[in-house]
Ligand binder design. Structure first.
Ligand code: ADP
Ligand code: MG
Length: 261
């Protein structure tokens, strides 16, 4: 899989929907390769931040640059090399696991073929391309330990298996930034604990910069290299789990965490 991982420089990021300000001047540096948890109460703007990075929303103000100073928000979403995993998995129910994971590559090939009509006539029957895509699916499936499930449909999978498929589908494009929005919240407690470890292990292995949204302190404390405490559309404190927990810099951080001080 790809080795490049993105760093980000977010400055003064604002987003409002009508009168409602959701992000209010958020500043944040994301270090290439880190596992960064966005932790904060419901409604503080975590999902909105991820949606802006992925390109589903445009910011109202502020800038997002990659570490080399290029504007990220100026790029079309398809050119950002960013993949996102959602809470509800969003798998295609009528397609096999293999085809769900392959879908982003197939779509990329199709849009390429549409720009090259002569070559496009070879698709989707082109055996070489199909073989290449299936090899990529096998590789991702092996990493996620779901090779034995490739012929099944989502309805025949457990919650944890669906989650792995969703992660596989996100990773197959070899993104430079991986966004996860409360990916474990629909799983039961035991499975959640198991998946926490798996996701961290996978992230370490791939070295891909990861922004992981959660409102669950335990999740953030056990998974993150660094935590961003978000409150009211701002980054209130950024630090390692130990720093955040033992040295909360703001009374609302301490209150949210329930830590002494
Ligand atoms: P979080 O993920 O931290 O729970 P969100 O980013 O989803 O928070 O939402 C923050 C606030 O923005 C919420 O009050 C939500 O209702 C509001 N919001 C999010 N998206 C929209 C939208 N498209 N239109 C209007 N309000 C929105
Ligand atoms: Mg959310």
């Amino acid at each position: 899989m790809g080795t490049s991982s993105l760093g980000l420089k977010i400055r003064g990021l604002g987003k409002h929907f009508g009168e409602t300000a959701v992000l209010r001047g958020l500043d944040l540096d994301v270090v290439p390769g880190e596992f960064l948890c966005l932790l904060g109460p419901s409604g503080c703007g975590k999902s909105t931040l991820l949606r802006i990075l992925a390109g589903f929303e445009a910011p109202s103000e502020g800038t997002v640059e990659t570490e080399d100073g290029a504007s990220l928000t100026g790029l079309a979403p398809s050119r950002r090399d960013i993949a996102m995993v959602f809470q509800n998995f969003a798998l295609y129910p009528h397609m096999t696991v293999h085809d769900n994971i392959a879908a982003p590559l197939v779509m990329r090939r199709l849009s390429w073929a549409q720009r090259q009509p002569a070559l496009g006539a070879l698709l989707p029957g082109g055996r070489a391309i199909r073989g290449e895509i299936s090899a990529a699916v096998e590789r991702v499936a092996t990493q996620l330990r779901i090779s034995h499930l490739l012929g099944r449909k989502p309805g025949q999978l457990s919650g944890g298996q669906k989650q792995r498929v969703a992660i596989g589908r996100a990773l197959i494009r070899e993104p430079r930034l991986f966004l996860m929005d409360e990916p474990l919240s629909s799983l039961d407690a035991a499975l959640r604990a198991e998946m926490r470890g798996e996701i961290v292990e996978l992230q370490r292995r791939l070295g891909i910069t990861t922004l992981y949204v959660t409102h669950d302190q335990t999740e953030a404390m056990t998974m993150a290299d660094r935590i961003v405490l978000m409150m009211d559309g701002r980054a209130l404190q950024i630090g390692t789990p130990a720093e955040i927990f033992h040295d909360p810099r703001h009374v609302s951080v301490a209150t949210f965490l329930g830590s002494p001080s």
